[in-house]
Design a binder for this molecule. Structure first.
Ligand code: DON
Length: 304
């Protein structure tokens, strides 16, 4: 089976579908992207690579970065993390405030904004230089030292991140943020500003398809059991109030970002990333979701 042929076929089919999505513009810097770009990349656990379109073009990975941040905190404080965030699907928008008041400042899961902000608070507590340490961790996962923050995007979001400041203040009022809010939010906004290509995303997430081991370095990042649990969280919480749809239609653990990227893994087999900047109403890539649905249908491979 050649994955590249399947990529071409699906892309051709999707050309006929009008892209009714919209580029994220609530972070002003993200509105500058050319919305017609489209890339796909797949890396198998044994190192084969398959690319299509703008697979080497870097973009803002946004919430996709919540996964490596969670993995770093999880590997530091282990199951203590569940005292600070729950692990249930939220069924609400990624930046919703309503549930957080009801749940007394404990986010439903680490992949909604509130959960990732708590993860950043944990990292600020345990790391000597949180921004540098987190970047080097992500570089180790990807095997790529050129991965970086985009300060323009981080600054743009800091200036307009009113809902995220509301979330962190609410959690602070319940005692679930231990550090200075500005330091925590600086880490959060930088985390979201990381840029990667589809190819780099597949390489960064490949350890989750490989029982927690980075294939290029042999480094064990998470135990097989915690890897399984991280994949379960991506499956149930990776797409916010569309996690059910993604499980139903695609059937892979994955994570989306408002930059239009989606990464997903098939354990023991591969990591795949798609990038198409226009988003549906839930903040997930409109054509990216359609592409992955067709991909797992045509290959007859998913976790279900
Ligand atoms: O905090 C935010 O709103 C963004 N930096 C990240 C949101 C995001 O990517 C949601 N994903 N689909």
């Amino acid at each position: 089976m050649t994955y590249e042929k399947i990529f071409h076929d699906i892309y051709d089919d999707l050309k006929a579908v009008e892209d009714i999505g919209q580029v994220a513009d609530y972070i002003p810097e993200l509105a500058n992207v050319n919305p017609d770009q489209f890339g796909v990349h797949l890396t198998t656990v044994d190192g084969q690579q398959f690319a299509f379109g703008d697979a080497d073009e870097r973009f803002s990975i946004q919430s996709i970065a919540k996964v490596p941040a969670f993995v770093m905190a999880y590997s530091w404080i282990k199951s203590e993390i569940w005292q600070r965030t729950d692990l249930e699907p939220a069924g609400t928008a990624f930046n919703s405030l309503v549930q957080l008041e009801h749940d007394r400042g404990i986010p439903r899961n680490p992949f909604i904004n509130a959960g990732a902000i708590v993860v950043c608070d944990i990292l600020v507590s345990v790391l000597a230089s949180p921004k540098e340490n987190m970047l080097s961790f992500i570089r180790r996962l990807s095997g790529n030292n050129s991965i970086n923050y985009n300060p323009l995007v981080a600054h743009s979001e800091k200036k307009t991140g009113f809902r995220n400041y509301a979330l962190v203040n609410l959690m602070k009022s319940f005692g679930n943020i231990k550090n200075d809010i500005d330091i925590v939010m600086d880490l959060y906004f930088n985390l979201c500003s990381i840029e990667m290509s589809c190819k780099e995303l597949t390489q960064t997430f490949l350890f989750l398809a490989n029982n927690g081991v980075v294939p290029y370095s042999g480094e064990q990042i998470l135990s097989p059991s915690r890897t399984k649990r991280t994949n379960a969280l991506m499956q149930t919480c990776g797409f916010y109030d569309e996690a059910g749809q993604f499980a139903f239609k695609v059937g892979l653990p994955g994570k989306s970002g408002v930059g239009g990227g989606i990464v997903a893994v098939l354990p023991e087999k591969y990591a795949i990333a798609v990038w198409s900047p226009r988003l549906n109403k839930k903040g997930n890539s409109y054509k990216g979701m359609l592409f992955l649905e067709e991909f797992t249908t045509k290959t007859k491979l998913s976790i279900f």
